[in-house]
Design a protein around this ligand. Structure first.
Ligand code: GLV
Ligand code: MN
Ligand code: MN
Length: 421
């Protein structure tokens, strides 16, 4: 074991349970979507816990929440550790919460052990990582890394109709104890613990994944329009049925994209039909498509195929299709020096680990644009995530946090040599 790295595992597990109660669902998961009252409640609890420990609490204009434990030299850029507290609508207890609460546990451990660090260590809970209530995802880390909030976000509406600007203002106002600070500031580095959300670690019986990078993601908004008409009287040859065109295009795409390339991911997660009457042909179908791949050129090719496919099936049925890209996250590679460092810490803690690519996107992807970043994965049962049944064995949660604690000490306490980015 690394000297002094041990964290308080029972406290971490108790905190995970406390936060899982905020937005708990009957099936044992969490519904704590971004910028809702429940999200505010979780942020408030974390801020209260931080203030009780004597840490300082800040937020920025996108409502990223920061908890600072001061270092000997307050002018040095802090090391940032954390994740997010928002969840999917049918989310689990660990996606985001594990990384945020592990980071907070590391801060508490430093405090318990009276360890002074040269530079400050800060915990962050980024705003709207999930992107399911307001798209895009990773709003907090994206705005932080860009140093500004894109103007186009001002008019966004949630899937439940709530205005982004109003929900953001209410979230900021809900935490008057957090001093406002500018968006984006120099960082020494960024570390994030997260559940793997796949089956690799579990299948190899490994407690730790050292993440080397994150595959690329694009989100597309597809709209197919036709003509609404009577369901009982309209002959096939007179129908301009956008649902028929959409399902035919999707049948072809499901056949083509994922079976053709085992690194490709293709998901339709949301669809709506207008006017939405049981006995009327719809005149409008909207759907979202999530595509992922480690190579940008493969993403380009997938997007092209999708656009062509909807156009072809629209034309065949006298409908009109539009495919709009609403989110583009190019693949990221973490600096090898950070990856090596994490792997070396895992070895010192005698935690078996492997290097791996992340299939999910994370705030670390954006933080890596401005500071050397890296991620620690722990296994989750059957790789199940974005699901209320998401589960992490307690000893795996504790192991991930132990490794984070060791890596933080390595980066800010023991060695002051920062890896080149
Ligand atoms: C993150 O939640 C993702 O969808 O990868
Ligand atoms: Mn997450
Ligand atoms: Mn998620």
């Amino acid at each position: 074991m690394m000297n002094g790295a041990a964290i308080n595992g029972d406290r971490l597990l108790a905190n995970l349970k406390r936060f899982a109660d905020i937005g708990a669902t009957p099936k044992g998961g969490v519904n704590r979507q971004a910028l809702t009252a429940l999200d505010r409640e979780a942020r408030k609890l974390l801020a209260e816990m931080a203030l009780r420990r004597g840490f300082t609490v800040f937020q920025d204009e996108i409502a990223n929440l920061f908890i600072r434990r001061e270092g000997r030299n307050p002018d040095l850029p802090p090391l940032l550790i954390g994740s997010h507290l928002d969840s999917q609508p049918s989310g689990g207890k660990f996606d985001g919460a594990l990384g945020t609460l592990s980071a907070f546990e590391v801060l508490e451990t430093l405090e318990d052990q009276g360890i002074e660090t040269e530079r400050a260590v800060e915990v962050v809970a980024f705003t709207n990582e999930e992107g399911c209530r307001f798209a895009p995802g990773c709003m907090g880390s994206m705005a932080f890394s860009a140093g500004e909030i894109p103007a186009s976000w001002q008019d966004l509406r949630a899937v439940d109709g709530a205005p982004f600007a109003g929900e953001l203002a209410a979230t900021l106002a809900g935490l008057p104890e957090a001093a406002m600070r500018p968006l984006g500031f120099p960082l020494y580095g960024y570390l994030e613990v997260h559940i793997e959300q796949g089956r690799l670690l579990e299948s190899e019986d490994l407690p730790i994944g050292v993440v080397t990078g994150i595959q690329g993601t694009r989100w597309l908004d597809v709209e197919m329009t036709g003509q609404t008409a009577h369901a009982g009287t309209t002959l096939l040859k007179f129908r301009r049925d956008p649902m028929r065109a959409v399902t035919q295009a999707l049948a072809d795409l499901y056949q083509r994209i994922m079976p053709g390339d085992d690194q490709a991911r293709f998901t339709v997660g949301r669809m709506s039909l207008q006017p939405g009457a049981v006995n009327a042909i719809p005149d409008n179908v909207r759907l979202t498509i999530d595509i992922r791949h480690p190579d940008t050129s493969a993403l380009d090719a997938m997007e092209q195929v999708i656009g062509d496919m909807f156009a072809r099936h629209a034309m065949a049925l006298d409908c009109e299709a539009s495919v709009t890209r609403i989110f583009d996250m190019p693949p990221a590679a973490f600096p090898s020096s950070m990856v090596e460092r994490l792997a070396a810490c895992a070895d010192r803690l005698q935690l078996p680990s492997r290097r791996m690519l992340s299939g999910a996107f994370h705030d670390a992807l954006f933080m890596n644009r401005i500071a050397p970043s890296a991620m620690i994965f722990v296994p989750c049962r059957e790789g199940l995530s974005h699901n209320e049944l998401e589960h992490v064995e307690p000893h795996h949660s504790v192991a991930g946090c132990e490794l984070l604690a060791a890596a933080v000490r390595d980066l800010v306490g023991v060695s002051q040599d920062m890896p080149a980015h």
